[in-house]
Design a protein around this ligand. Structure first.
Ligand code: SF4
Ligand code: SF4
Length: 177
């Protein structure tokens, strides 16, 4: 009997051990897997995230006017597994530690994140191209092709024009060697 009083007294002294949610925000660990989000300026539109998503929560499709592609994350279908983040080659997609995702069934089509990622125009032929983030370009062209000083100029070209430009500069560099 004395034991239970000891526990009661200790608990009264210590106060509540649980979080006061919903009257105050609950602690969320930094690595908690919460709402998925995407940074359009880092996305290359490869579609890997949509391919690996088990819940089919991610959708990419060309915009109606073909000036870019739309990217949607449907939080209602997301299982918070983290596969999209794991496989994204550019780090464009990530999971926040925001867990405030409960919503009414009637809100399932609005509980989503949408982006329109515009295409760039190739500086050579004018074809629409997907942007290549500088960090990814630096990895792909870690060994700069001969005669190429500024990778940024190459990134303004479509893959076909880029290959031609590299060949041209390699030929010039070889002739001058
Ligand atoms: S966390 Fe998993 S379920 Fe959610 S969008 Fe990414 S891959 Fe799909
Ligand atoms: S978010 Fe990442 S994986 Fe998804 S399309 Fe963009 S670059 Fe590719």
């Amino acid at each position: 009997m004395l034991g239970i009083f000891k526990i009661l007294l200790r608990n009264l002294r210590q106060g509540p051990a649980t979080h006061p949610f919903p009257f105050a925000e609950a602690h969320t660990p930094p690595r908690f897997r919460g709402r998925v989000t995407m940074l359009p300026e880092k996305c290359v539109g490869c579609g890997v995230c949509a391919h690996v998503c088990p819940g089919e929560a991610i959708r990419l499709q060309p915009s109606l006017d073909n000036t870019g592609y739309s990217f949607s994350i449907w939080h209602n279908s997301c299982a918070l597994c983290g596969s999209c983040r794991h496989f994204c080659p550019t780090g464009a997609i990530s999971l926040t530690n925001d867990w405030h995702l409960s919503h009414r069934q009637s809100e399932k089509y609005t509980t989503a994140e949408h982006h329109l990622v515009p295409y760039l125009r190739c500086a050579g032929c004018g074809e629409p191209i997907r942007m290549l983030p500088p960090e990814l370009a630096a990895r792909i062209y870690a060994h700069k092709p001969p005669g190429v000083e500024n990778l940024g100029e190459l990134m303004k070209l479509c893959p076909a024009c880029r290959r031609l430009e590299i060949l041209k500069r390699e030929a010039i560099a070889a002739a001058n060697a």
